[in-house]
Design a binder for this molecule. Structure first.
Ligand SMILES: Cc1cc2nc3c(=O)[nH]c(=O)nc-3n(C[C@H](O)[C@H](O)[C@H](O)COP(=O)(O)OP(=O)(O)OC[C@H]3O[C@@H](n4cnc5c(N)ncnc54)[C@H](O)[C@@H]3O)c2cc1C
Length: 452
């Protein structure tokens, strides 16, 4: 194996998984983690793969997209899933873990692997070519490295994200919502619109002002972009501010009455097939229970809304992956560097681990001198890859982090018995498609180029 190594920077969910997958394939890895010498404001444990907030890896039911991703990762020999299973605590159909034992298990497996050398220091500069490196430093990437990455990616690195909620199409009341683009632009009916009369609008603004907000962490001082303000911050600036901003009704007359409502909430298609819709301009710091309560109670047409994702704003370093990364997750402007984890714009522990696995397989393909073989599109891994390349999104999509959801999968054809039948079809198709990709598992002991 010699002393030539692939460098993995960041020993979180993605970096630990990437290091493990590379080591399993016989590649020597140097895993560089800044803890315990330096910690991000959210990290407190000494070990690798720290879960910074919830101890849940979410649903373990394969009929849920993240549960299907669990299953795929297990089939691919994932370190993160293996250690999660070994340190699991009872949590219904969720996969929750004892976070300290989980981190200890991942740390023990990697530090006990002869192919992995763990180094503790903060990386402040991008590793030079020709050695290959995987950067997996997460949403709270150290400032110096983030600045270098921003330079290398032409400034396409976000530091805060403002996420608006997303609603499942079938839960929107179409007897209230009407399809129309402002002034009939585009195809004329690209958006769904929820009309509010004056009384409904004022009741909604009052609810926003009174709703419970998530307190900011000390390191998340609210530095909002003016073009991306939380709705409650806009509401604080004046009662009619929202009606002149994201809820502006001009050009959105209700075709059923011919009249212009006092305010209009617009929903924009989140995926090509229109299974999920984004509440335009609804980035918010309301707590998740408050978002569910207020949006269902005060927005006409959303009384039974099922939220695919809820809004949030927090520090989150991520690149505009469809533009910055090649399909193999290498940086277009610096192809010896691969990105993995939340820094690519996937969201969540499991998605980040999955991205680490994908990046490791891409590195192995590069080392073996063959073209990158992306995960099959209809698998949960493939759905995440479709998000990263932009294939899952309509043209002009404003790239934002996302969890894995069925809306990212290629559309299914045929008829299904309800939502459950559709999910079953997704799962069956994904299981079938993953098998050949597992069979093309990379060979062991591939040659490694000299590090720079
Ligand atoms: C406040 C907060 C709460 C969250 N809550 C949840 C939640 O409840 N559920 C969920 O699924 N996801 C949550 N997330 C997202 C979660 O953090 C990520 O999905 C996941 O941890 C990302 O994995 P990663 O490997 O990309 O990054 P991380 O797990 O953050 O790992 C990155 C690692 O890189 C190290 N590092 C950073 N910079 C450098 C450097 N320059 N040199 C060397 N090492 C470096 C860090 O110390 C860290 O160990 C939360 C994120 C934040 C910020």
């Amino acid at each position: 194996m010699g002393d030539t190594r692939v460098t993995v920077i960041g020993g979180g969910l993605a970096g630990s998984e990437a290091a493990w997958q590379l080591a399993r394939a016989g590649v020597a890895v140097e895993l560089v983690e800044m803890k315990p010498e330096r910690r991000s404001p959210a990290h407190v444990l000494p070990g690798l793969a720290e879960l910074v907030c919830s101890n849940s890896l979410r649903s373990d039911n394969p009929h849920n997209a993240v549960g299907l991703l669990h299953e795929e990762l297990r089939r691919l020999g994932s370190l993160v899933l293996g250690c999660a299973d070994a340190t699991r605590v009872p949590a219904g159909d969720a996969l929750a873990v004892d976070r300290e034992r989980f981190s200890e298990a991942v740390t023990a497996r990697l530090s006990g692997d002869a192919a992995v050398r763990i180094v503790h220091r903060e990386v402040e500069d991008l590793p030079p070519p020709p050695g290959l490196a995987v950067i997996a430093t997460g949403p709270l990437t150290g400032d110096a490295l983030a600045a270098r990455l921003a330079e290398a990616t032409g400034g396409r690195l976000h530091f805060y994200d403002a996420i608006a909620p997303i609603v499942a199409a079938e839960s929107i009341d179409r007897s209230i919502a009407y399809a129309r683009s402002r002034y009939g632009k585009g195809s004329g009916d690209d958006y769904l619109n929820l009309p509010l009369d004056e009384a409904q609008y004022h009741a909604f603004v009052d609810a926003l002002l009174q709703g419970e907000k998530v307190p900011a962490h000390g390191f998340e001082e609210p530095r909002y972009f003016e073009g991306c303000l939380p709705i409650e911050v806009m509401a604080e600036r004046g009662t009619e501010v929202l009606a002149h901003g994201p809820l502006k009704p001009v050009g959105l007359e209700d075709p059923r009455t011919g009249r212009r409502p006092h305010a209009v909430v617009q929903l924009r298609r989140e995926d090509v097939e229109g299974t999920a819709w984004n509440l335009v301009g609804f980035q918010t710091r309301l707590t998740w229970p408050e978002q569910r309560r207020i949006f269902r109670a005060f927005l006409p047409g959303l009384a039974n809304a099922e939220f695919v994702r809820l809004g949030q704003i927090h520090r989150n370093t991520f690149v505009d992956a469809p533009r910055v990364l090649a399909p193999d997750l290498s940086v277009r402007a610096a192809p010896h560097l691969f990105l993995a984890g939340q820094i690519t714009g996937v969201e969540g522990y499991v998605e980040s681990a999955a991205c680490g696995l994908m990046a490791a397989r891409a590195v192995l393909d590069r080392l073996a001198g063959r073209a990158f073989r992306p995960p099959p599109a209809a698998t949960a891994l493939g759905a995440l890859h479709r998000h990263l390349t932009g294939e899952a999104h309509p043209p002009g999509y404003d790239y934002q982090p996302t969890n894995v959801v069925f809306a990212l999968f290629p559309p299914l054809t045929g008829r299904f018995r309800g939502k459950a039948g559709r999910k079953e079809a997704h799962v069956e198709r994904a299981r079938k498609e993953l098998a050949p990709w597992i069979d093309t598992a990379p060979p062991t002991a591939v040659p490694v180029p000299a590090a720079g």
